[in-house]
Design a protein around this ligand. Structure first.
Ligand SMILES: [Fe+2]
Length: 446
């Protein structure tokens, strides 16, 4: 049998949970960084090499705690689901359950804080899983009985209202559901938007006026499921490709759909309104996905493009911002849905190969690269402002990095205004952190 890419090298799972205190540090951790840098990814307990896909592994959350210039701890814990507790002989996970939950309730894609709680989250129908301060699983959550179905791995927090806006889908319904979660941690509003099939809807965007939907041609295919593969989605260009603008407090009949050329977008970077009524939507665009390589994402390099969406003409114009391979776009989250200047991505080339970090200056059309050599593989960058009212680039970019030479991992802290220089600090972790997905900086309560 051919080796499964996602069970080899640094995709392979690590063995067991661990806790370590007083990590060694090169450089100096900024004293204003008091909080936790959390990161989640798949760490399968008992994968079948014939069918395993990276997106379907049981979740494991990794965290580093920073306080007063010290790296106090590193922890890693499984996000418990039915398969994990069965494999480990642990008690069942409490909380509500969805009839069609996938993979025993896996939550492996993002970890966020909201309304004073921490959640591991995922798309396609499963519930969020609440974690405690030490990353132990508390239980599955339906936001106090207010979440009608599953949730998303990519809710967008409006920086003014503090509400979360998410695009929810499942393989079982021809619709995308907009879900708005209030600052009280309860769902305030949902809108079911019908679509002509069952697309994979990984992410969304917001502007001040609109909730932005992506209806793209990676579509549920029962034949793939019947073949036993764990990710039943396939490139289906005949489905069409379009962006939808839903007025934030509008209903499904008000969505304005605008066609784009077939492609796939896992992640927008950000979106915002222009004074003339158009909407800027910056995305990482894959030329296709799950077309020939069912183990993708490996179908040509993903590039950063700007879509300018004109709801009056129902047209989208595309401008390439950077044609180098990159993924995991982030930015200063005080500017979600607002005009912004700086974005950050991880270098990501064909063959699912990570590289350095890229800082995009979208105003001046320039970019800077933070690179530490070919063996240092950076994962998703997270921007943390140096104070609540600091300028947009006055802060730090934090990322987990895998060092292939020593088969170990670090957390690297780079100053955004000195992006190409040596990191201000490198925190050495006791063991490698497998390649994974997304994470958050959760500041300590002030
Ligand atoms: Fe994602």
């Amino acid at each position: 049998m051919t080796e499964n890419l996602y069970l080899s090298g640094n995709f392979a799972p690590v063995d067991g949970e661990r806790t370590d205190f007083q990590l060694s540090v090169t450089g100096s951790i900024p004293r204003e960084l008091n909080g936790r840098l959390l990161r989640i990814g798949p760490n399968p307990v008992a994968p079948n090499p014939a069918t395993y896909h990276w997106f379907s592994g049981n979740g494991m959350v990794h965290g580093v705690g920073l306080r007063d210039g010290r790296a106090e701890w590193y922890r890693r814990r499984w996000v418990r689901d039915d398969d994990v507790v069965a494999a480990k002989g642990w008690p069942p996970v409490p909380g509500p359950r969805r009839e069609m939950q996938l993979g025993g309730g896996i939550a492996n894609t993002h970890v966020i804080g909201h309304a004073g709680r921490v959640y591991a989250i995922v798309e396609a129908g499963n519930l969020p899983v609440e974690l405690d301060d030490e990353l132990e699983t508390v239980g599955r959550s339906d936001f106090g009985g207010t979440l009608p179905g599953g949730f998303s791995a990519h809710p967008k927090r409006d920086p003014v209202s503090g509400e979360l806006w998410a695009a929810v889908y499942t393989p079982f319904a021809d619709m995308i559901q907009m879900v708005v979660v209030g600052t009280d941690g309860r769902v305030r509003r949902t809108v079911d938007v019908p679509v002509p099939g069952r697309p994979m809807v990984h992410d969304c965007a917001i502007s001040e006026r609109y909730f932005v939907l992506l209806d793209l041609p990676v579509v549920f295919d029962p034949a793939v499921l019947e073949a036993g593969l764990s990710l039943p989605y396939r490139w289906t260009p005949a489905y069409g490709a379009r962006v939808g603008l839903l007025p934030r407090e509008g209903d499904a009949s008000q969505v304005v759909w605008c066609d784009v050329d077939p492609c796939y977008v896992f992640h927008p970077m950000n979106a915002y309104d222009l004074p003339d009524g158009r909407v800027v939507l910056d995305v990482v665009r894959h030329p296709k996905m799950f077309a020939t390589d069912m183990q993708g994402p490996n179908e040509g390099a993903p590039t950063l493009v700007r879509w300018t969406v004109d709801p009056k003409q129902r047209k989208v114009s595309e401008q390439t911002l950077d044609d180098r391979g990159q993924e995991f776009p982030r930015h200063d989250e005080r500017l979600v849905g607002r005009p912004y200047r700086y974005g950050y991505t991880a270098g990501f080339s064909e063959g699912v190969a990570f590289g350095g970090l890229i800082q995009q200056d979208l105003r001046d059309g320039k970019s800077r690269v933070h690179h530490e050599g070919r063996t240092r593989h950076f994962l998703e960058p997270v921007f943390v402002p140096s104070s609540p009212d600091a300028a947009e680039d006055d802060g730090y970019v934090l990322a987990y990095v895998y060092d292939a030479e020593r088969n170990g991992s670090d957390v690297v802290i780079v100053h955004a205004q000195d992006f190409e220089s040596e990191p201000v600090a490198t925190i050495h972790l006791p063991e490698r952190v497998p390649y994974g997905f997304h994470g958050s900086w959760l500041p300590d309560a002030r």
